[in-house]
Design a protein around this ligand. Sequence first.
Ligand code: AMP
Ligand code: GLY
Length: 434
Amino acid sequence: MNVLIVGSGGREHALAYKAALSALVTHVFVAPGNAGTTKSAAGSKNAGMTNIDIAASDIESLIAFAKKNEIGLTIVGPEQPLVAGIVDAFSAAGLACFGPTQSASTLEGSKTFAKEFLERHQIPTARYQSFTQTADALEYLATQKFPVVIKADGLAAGKGVVIAHNFEVGQHAIEEMLSGNRFGEAGHRVVIEEFMEGEEASFICIVSGTNVLPMASSQDHKAAFDHDQGPNTGGMGAYSPAPIVDEGMTKSILDKVIYPTVNGLQLEGTPYIGFLYAGLMIGSDNIPRVVEFNCRFGDPEAQPVLSRLKSDLVSHCLAAVEGRLSGEVAQWDERCCLGVVMAADGYPESYTKGARISGLDLMVDNTEVFHAGTQVNDSGEIATSGGRVLCVTGFGDTVREAQKKAYQRVSHIDWQGAWYRSDIGYRAVQREQE
Ligand code: AMP
Ligand code: GLY
């Protein structure tokens, strides 16, 4: 069977890499992909992989391509095409496409919708109010205990969240979003939310209606700089498993969050198929509270989590689309995997592009390089083309060992302006030392 992966980031490289290993798969196409999903990628195992020059947003061309190339399954990486209805369009064309429908994707596409849904189904989350008028939002803000969290309602690539430690910072964020058009349409409604203390974890599942196949747990580092300082990003590194998500916590997450969510969606007539990502805050009371839902795999969580998946990703996704997920069992590498994101100068604000990347072919055992913002330039060299450029993963028996491996590989790779956090996994390493 031929498989089509839609998207161009590190998550899509990881999805393509796993799909190519599937016994069910003849060839993997990636639209549009990156330099890591081309055959020429240094050290690549991409014999069965081809990039297609179609944007992830060009649903019509993707459908035409899928029909012409006998694509048996399309797996959608990023949220934008899902929220735009790619799954509905593929289904209408008689094509198997793994991901939630447009209406089910609203769980990520609108934070207000997600908060109301959580409230309706008594799923633990932070208290909130949502606003479209600056004056009303500021009036509410003035009554709040700080810090509070201000969020753009719509999609903002992980950047539409401000943690305000005082009124002035909150006021500035609200004015920028509601009056200043900071995130365009996505920011014309804001959610003001209680700040939750605790430790974050990412819990991602393959869902098919009310059947759930949990992926291994993971933790992401969203802040740009070491010690979780600086602005929010899409994620600067991740590792799996997350030590805080032990067996008891896994049960609690499934019982209190995941099943109420998929059952609620089914009940409301928007059954969910696809990756469902619950971003959770686990406080000292050990209750997992929902920070956000995503209608896709996490990035960079996908890189370490899927690296640990030993069973067949395509088999799992196909089973979900065909309504037989309950027969699937996921198997995991027992070891830890940790991924370090290498970013371009200026990220998460505007960044430089086109720098030639060196050292990609310097191998270190038990490591892998997943590409994100990369492309092959006119001279055939691999150059930067995005803010998050690479995610370098390492395996180890402990998080500390996985961390060492990943940073060892990172130390060989460079380009003008390259930077990365030097402390990915620090919480888990601390726990190991205790
Ligand atoms: P979101 O895009 O909603 O996931 O928010 C991005 C990041 O902001 C989260 O991963 C958290 O680190 C932080 N955050 C969001 N909402 C809250 C909250 N209510 N309390 C504490 N931190 C939050
Ligand atoms: N790494 C966070 C996300 O994918 O939303």
